[in-house]
Design a protein. Sequence first.
Length: 158
Amino acid sequence: MISEVEMGHLRRAVELAGEALAAGDEPFGSVLVSGAGERLAEDRNRVADGDRTRHPEFELARWAAANMTPEERAKATVFTSGEHCPMCAAAHGWVGLGRIVYAASSAQLVGWLAEIGVGAPPVRPLPVQEVAPHVVVEGPVEEFAEQLRQMHRECFTR
């Protein structure tokens, strides 16, 4: 179950997605929280410059590898606006981060993109557990579905 404090972290991830959209990027945002509940790092999507690997989940995995012990990483949680793509799920698993809590699932995103006629992404949108089977994952959180759907609609119809 996702606590009210954790919902605050998830809300921040969705805010970061909005910041990405306002900056002309795809709407994704993520927050890394320690096992003690401290926000350690956050980022938003930065793929508009052409580097399609600049996902916030990937950046947070790199940050965690450089700044946290393996024990700290295992106790941490990544709160994110969208379920990790396979690249980000692999980075999360390789770095040894703990739980993932996401607002919208990859399946929801694929459906929203199909609604507006956007083709399939170049990488198959697999559930996190198919890539990193030992990671505890919670989501989607329906409270954010319509807001994120509208962000993606705006992003891909501008």
